[in-house]
Ligand binder design. Structure first.
Ligand code: FES
Ligand code: FES
Length: 159
């Protein structure tokens, strides 16, 4: 099958690659570029394990073709912390035991981080709505909501 040359910026680093027209963005990120933080779960847009940010918007990268991302700025879970440190949200997930197996965690973190950029003083209900597209089979969500709420509280201290 013929391939297409595309260019994407991932976590600030520019990449040129050739992909088949059918290649999913999540596949290109994982298999071509080595960003394995985005997980593949359902491949049908339901579980959210593959969530990354494209041009500032959290999207499920199994629902987008790599060729559609040509020219985009992409952020994956690997880009959340700085200089090897965890982000505030990642630290709160650790403190509040917001993960168990961790399979949902990269997507959950990207969704929550994006949400907190838009709403840094959310109610618990708003947090639950924000992560409704990210399924977790292990935690029961309570600790995840606690972690996101604690991050918002921390952001609030700097407001
Ligand atoms: S793998 Fe993309 S939403 Fe489940
Ligand atoms: S921690 Fe296992 S699926 Fe969420």
């Amino acid at each position: 099958m013929s391939e297409h040359d595309i260019s994407v910026t991932v976590n600030g680093e520019q990449h040129e690659l050739s992909v088949e027209p059918r290649t999913l963005l999540v596949t290109a990120l994982r298999d071509e570029l080595g960003y394995t933080g985005a997980n593949v779960g359902c491949e049908t847009g339901r579980c959210g394990a593959c969530t990354v940010r494209v041009n500032g918007e959290a999207i499920k990268s199994c629902t987008r073709l790599a060729v559609q991302a040509d020219g985009s700025e992409i952020e994956t879970v690997e880009g959340l912390g700085e200089n090897g440190d965890l982000s505030a949200l990642q630290e709160r997930f650790q403190e509040h035991h917001g993960l168990q197996c961790g399979y949902c965690t990269p997507g959950m973190l990207v969704t929550a981080e994006t949400f907190l950029r838009e709403n840094d003083d959310p109610s618990r209900e708003e947090i639950r709505e924000a992560i409704e597209g990210n399924l977790c089979r292990c935690t029961g969500y309570q600790n995840i909501v606690d972690a996101i709420e604690a991050t918002a509280d921390q952001l609030g201290e700097h407001r």
